[in-house]
Design a protein around this ligand. Sequence first.
Ligand code: IPM
Ligand code: MG
Length: 361
Amino acid sequence: MKYRIGLISGDGIGPEIISGARKVLDKTASVYGHEFEYKELLLGGASIDKTGEPITPETIEGAKASDAVLMGSIGGDARTSHWYRLEPSKRPEAGLLGIRKALGLFANLRPAVLYDELSGACPLKAELIEGGFDIMIMRELTGGLYFGERKTTVENGLRTAVDTLTYNENEIRRIAVKAFEIAGKRRGRVCSVDKANVLDSSRLWRAVVEEVAKDYPGTELTHMLVDNCAMQLVRDPRQFDVILTENMFGDILSDEASMITGSIGMLASASLNDTSFGLYEPSHGSAPDIAGQDKANPIATILSAAMLLRFSLDLQKEADAVENAVLKVLKDGYRTADIMSEGLKCTGTQEMASLISERIG
Ligand code: IPM
Ligand code: MG
């Protein structure tokens, strides 16, 4: 079949990892008899440099006309890049927040999986991670502090800034429903994370999640305060199946979860709305320090492409094939520099992508 895939290369290592992932998608298409038609879309710094804006209507339209979008990474070094001399609403990150909002991508899935082959890179003690762990962080992505009103003023000579954390019950309900649906296909446990001992928005969150849980009697719901969750992730990560949480908490907890898997270079993500459309991107940033050097790990982007095949195109065996090819390459002893250990074979970005492609089909 023919599918339309939008490609946002973006900034920093983005173009390299996208070209690696494209290699893998092309191989998948040829083995399974599909046709992928790509459309390059501008976002972030790359868009600022070409159009003066971090996001344009062309990019939003191009994304909407695609079955799914695969993205590299957005942003640069805030200390040195000219993009950060612009006002905040014109910087690269505004493009990322803009596309999430414009496409209604409220559900952000961030799997944190510990691969056996990489358990040596996990900073936790061996007895805490024996048997591995497989956590799905479900982060609400279009509400909360990220999209509430904000302003900076001077009041009585004092510089004052305010950000607001707003959620309505519909915003909470739809992400909770997704979390229960996904938990039902996994180990059937949702841990909802909030700060209900302090915040009104969290008390509403907890109440709505409890209501949704009634429709999923086969799934267990627990609640955890966010500070405790940050601690439990490093104390006993195996206790978690699905973690459901609001935007800002999810931003922070997903970085923490990525660290305990050994390398953020391995973690994929999907941002979904209530259609089959999704935006897929690695959980890591644009790593401007190693951009253009063929050093970046393309695996997170390749695994994001696998999520794209699975969730947006409903190509399950193709997605399995990509994930298995990644496992095989790791078993065969190939590593990029970020996950390298003694006695294994160190490869660059493009070679890693080729090695994975060769193992499909
Ligand atoms: C992420 C990133 C973004 C976020 C930044 C770049 C705006 O950290 O996707 O986790 O905070 O959502
Ligand atoms: Mg983040």
